[in-house]
Design a protein around this ligand. Structure first.
Ligand code: FPP
Length: 244
C-alpha cells in the first residue's frame, strides 16, 4: 500500500489524491423518492457529474474516473437504456463545445464498438480534442466492465505477440499499457454512493491498492461537501497508515 500513497499531492493535512474514481449509484432511488421517473434521476446525476468534475479539477486533482454505464446495464428496460444514452450524447455534445475552453480532457473507458455510430463519432472527437493539451482528465466508463477490460487487454497482447510487436517481457507494468487506463496512475480513492458495498466489476485491475469509501448518500445528492467528507476519510486513513 505504501507504494501507492506516494501518488498523492500536497502536504500532510490537505492531501489531494491524483486520481479518484466514483461509482455513481442511487439515481433511480433519488427519483422514486420524489415520485419522478428513474430517468429524471439520471438527468440530475449527469448534472452532478459535471459539478463534481469541476470541483475535482479546481482542487488540483489530475484524474476523475466515473462509472456511467456498465456492460451489464444493457439488461435494464429499453426505455431507461435509451434515456441514459441520450443523456450521454447530450453531455458529449456539450463537452465537445466546452472542453477546450475549460481545459478538461476526456477519455472513454469501455468497448466503444458496442455503442451507436453517432456516439462512436463523438468519442473520436473528444479523443482528438483531448490530444491537443494537458491537464485535468475525466474518464467516463461507458459500456465498461473490469473483467471485459482485462480480457480485451489479454487479446490485444496476444495479437501483438503474433505480430512480433509485444514487449519482450510481460510484467504488471507492460500489461497495464494494454488497459483502457494505460499511462494513468491507479486511483488512490474509490467512492461508491447509494449505500451498496460492492465493487460491481469496476476498475478490477486498477483498484488493487485503492482505499474504498462507501456512503448512503444517493449520487444526485453527493455534492462538493460530501466529496470533502470522502477526502477527509481518505486523509485520516493515510495518516493512520503513516503512524504504523
Ligand atoms: C446508477 O444509479 C446510475 C447509472 C447506472 C447511470 C449513471 C448515468 C448517469 C449519471 C448519466 C450520464 C453520465 C455522465 C457521465 C454524463 P441506479 O440507476 O442504479 O440507481 P438505483 O440504484 O437507485 O436504482
Amino acid at each position: 500500500m505504501a507504494a501507492q500513497s506516494g501518488n498523492t499531492k500536497a502536504g500532510e493535512n490537505d492531501r489531494i489524491p491524483r486520481h479518484i474514481a466514483i461509482i455513481m449509484d442511487g439515481n433511480g432511488r433519488w427519483a422514486r423518492k420524489r415520485g419522478l421517473p428513474r430517468t429524471a434521476g439520471h438527468a440530475v446525476g449527469a448534472e452532478n457529474f459535471r459539478k463534481i468534475a469541476t470541483t475535482c479539477k479546481n482542487m488540483g486533482m489530475d484524474y476523475l474516473t466515473v462509472y456511467a454505464f456498465s456492460t451489464e446495464n444493457w439488461k435494464r428496460p429499453t426505455e431507461e437504456v435509451g434515456a441514459i444514452m441520450k443523456l450521454l450524447k447530450k453531455y458529449l455534445d456539450e463537452a465537445i463545445e466546452t472542453m477546450a475552453r475549460d481545459k478538461i480532457r476526456m477519455k472513454i473507458f469501455g468497448n466503444v464498438e458496442g455503442l451507436s455510430a453517432e456516439l462512436q463519432e463523438m468519442v473520436a472527437k473528444t479523443d482528438a480534442i483531448s490530444a491537443g493539451y494537458e491537464g485535468f482528465q475525466a474518464n467516463i466508463c461507458l459500456n465498461y466492465g473490469g473483467r471485459d477490460e482485462i480480457v480485451r487487454a489479454a487479446m490485444r497482447y496476444a495479437r501483438d505477440c503474433a505480430e512480433g510487436k509485444a514487449p519482450a517481457e510481460l510484467t504488471e507494468d507492460s500489461f497495464s499499457s494494454y488497459l483502457y487506463s494505460a499511462g494513468i496512475p491507479d486511483p488512490e480513492l474509490i467512492i461508491r454512493t447509494g449505500g451498496e458495498k460492492r465493487v460491481s466489476n469496476f476498475l478490477l485491475w486498477q483498484c488493487a491498492y485503492s482505499e474504498f469509501y462507501y456512503t448512503d448518500v444517493l449520487w444526485p445528492d453527493f455534492g462538493p461537501e460530501e466529496l470533502e467528507k470522502a477526502l477527509e476519510a481518505f486523509r485520516i486513513r493515510e495518516r493512520r497508515f503513516g503512524a504504523v
